[in-house]
Ligand binder design. Structure first.
Ligand code: NDP
Length: 478
């Protein structure tokens, strides 16, 4: 049994409570590690370590910060096999997928390491009689809270820019997937990150996560997770005037026009529906298909899913692994029941599966549903699992109306060979990320975030660097 510890001031320490929570392997349902049940005392200890480290870290040259963050990236790459195995066991995702995500976590550190060297400020001349310049300084001690679906990738997406800009961090990974964050502490020590610059506190979101958000001296919170949690966090952070970045849920449409490259659109839709068991905020979960190709598209999905391999995440032929937790497994199955009650027809999947040798794990067959009304719960609420709905449409305007008829506005993908139509829909769709004839193609320089209930603010590139900086205008009269 592995005992995970908090990482505070460069050292692994037990929680003040002395209490631990169970951590399960979703592929077998067995408890395999325990994690600290931390509370406000651990947050205070982490805060003290971070605030003590802050002055030296903010004065550390950007070149030195680059060297350390780049070294973290190198070490993550060197330890890819070990980290990916840990992520796969902890989260339930296929090992081959975990390997690519660990690579992407290293890329986050490398990207923001170089950003530290390039971060610049503006100056503005006022017609010859004054000049303004902008000073950018780190905020101080910041909180980074991340979810369980892409554990190390999303944690690094936050802490790398926070550290690159000279802040000290208190991070809280999801209680359900703590393992790679635990291993990251050792990597940071190996890379020479000074003690106290990064502190990782484990435990329950509603307890220790809440304590981080409520702490009066933690001045900014970068949060990725569910919309309801984001709402709750905003009610605590806003009255304290904290900087807040919220990356929340999605109910993303894939809009498939009859003039698309059918093979590409259909294969990529399969991927965007079920990659990582559908547990990616960017997964397309509402598949809108133009009527002339509706039946052909549907038949393609049904046929492909007959051969989909679900099971042991460690096998290379596994396409879909286990659902992250028993609670989430039950939630997804409950949505499938709701879909049936709402009059939906299950075209594929629709039930739990028990792969041989993994009967106690939490697996759900990739599920495709049609005949649901636009205002049904399964077309409006985020399920965050391997469940997609199919809806036919006739015109561009109808597709756009269906796509925008959602409280969410995170991402969309548009499939058409008509370039005018693609740009027109992209400009009118209410979401933060639009892919045309592709999905999940990410450039770390681009703004990332959602509209409506999918979030507030943008991460990525200079957006993240600016979020973690205070900006001061200095005006000099000439
Ligand atoms: P949650 O909102 O449940 O949790 C996210 C993180 O917040 C976890 O670390 C959690 O800890 C913590 N947390 C929970 N309650 C509080 C609280 N009161 N105060 C502070 N922290 C808290 O989300 P999930 O982990 O279930 O992740 C899935 C959600 O994340 C989906 O809605 C998905 O769409 C969204 N997401 C959004 C992305 C985006 O970029 N927009 C990317 C990836 C996911 P604990 O686990 O211990 O409860």
């Amino acid at each position: 049994m592995i005992t995970i510890q908090n990482f505070i001031n460069g050292t692994y320490v037990p929680p003040k409570s002395g209490e631990y929570l169970p951590n399960y392997n979703p592929s077998t349902g067995a408890k395999y590690s325990v994690i600290p049940d931390s509370d406000s005392r651990d947050v205070e200890e982490a805060y003290l370590a971070a605030s003590n480290a802050f002055d030296a870290w903010q004065k550390t040259s950007s070149e030195k910060r680059f060297i350390i963050l780049n070294r973290i990236a190198e070490l993550i790459d060197e330890q890819n096999d070990k980290l990916a195995l840990s992520e796969s066991i902890d989260q339930g995702k296929p090992l081959w997928l975990a390997k690519t995500e660990i690579t992407r976590a290293a890329q986050n550190f490398r990207f923001f390491a170089t950003a530290a060297m390039q971060f610049q400020s503006d100056s503005h001349a006022m017609e010859g009689h004054a000049i303004n310049y902008t000073l950018k300084t780190p905020i101080g001690v910041v909180g980074c809270i991340s979810p369980w679906n892409l554990p190390l990738y999303l944690l690094s997406w936050k802490i790398a820019p926070a550290l690159a800009t000279g802040n000290c961090v208190i991070a809280k990974p999801s209680e359900i997937t703590p393992m790679t964050a635990f291993l990251l502490g050792e990597i940071c020590n190996q890379a020479g990150l000074p003690k106290g610059v990064l502190n990782i506190v484990h435990g329950l979101g509603k307890k220790v996560g809440n304590d981080i958000v409520a702490h009066s001296k933690i001045k900014a919170i970068s949060f990725t997770g569910g919309t309801n949690t984001g709402k709750h966090i905003a009610t605590i952070a806003a009255p304290q005037f904290k900087k807040l970045s919220l990356e929340l849920g999605g109910k993303n449409p894939n809009i498939i026009f009859a003039d698309c490259d059918f093979e590409k659109a259909a294969r990529e839709t399969l991927r965007s529906s079920f990659l990582n068991q559908g547990e990616i905020c960017l997964c397309g979960s509402r598949i809108l298909i133009q009527r002339p190709i509706y039946n052909k598209f549907k038949a393609f999905l049904i046929e492909e899913l007959k051969h989909y391999t679900i099971g042991d995440p460690l096998l290379k032929e596994t396409q879909m692994g286990a659902i992250v937790s028993h609670e989430h497994f039950e939630k997804i199955l409950a949505y499938i029941e709701i879909a049936k009650q709402e009059g939906g027809s299950i075209l594929s999947g629709g039930q739990a599966v028990k792969p041989i040798g993994f009967e106690n794990g939490w697996y759900i067959a990739p599920t495709v549903i049609e005949n649901l009304s636009q205002n049904s719960r399964c077309n409006q609420e985020e399920i965050f699992g391997p469940v997609v709905t199919l809806t036919p449409f006739d015109s561009d305007e109808e597709a756009l109306a269906l796509a925008n008829d959602s409280n969410y506005g995170l991402a969309a993908s548009i499939w058409t060979e008509n370039i005018k139509r693609a740009h027109s829909i992209a400009s009118r769709i209410s979401c933060g990320v639009v892919w045309i004839n592709c999905w999940l193609l990410r450039d770390l320089r681009t703004p990332f975030g959602g509209m409506k209930q999918s979030g507030v603010g943008r991460e990525g590139g200079w957006n993240a660097m600016n979020f973690f900086s205070e900006q001061k205008n200095v005006c000099v009269k000439l």
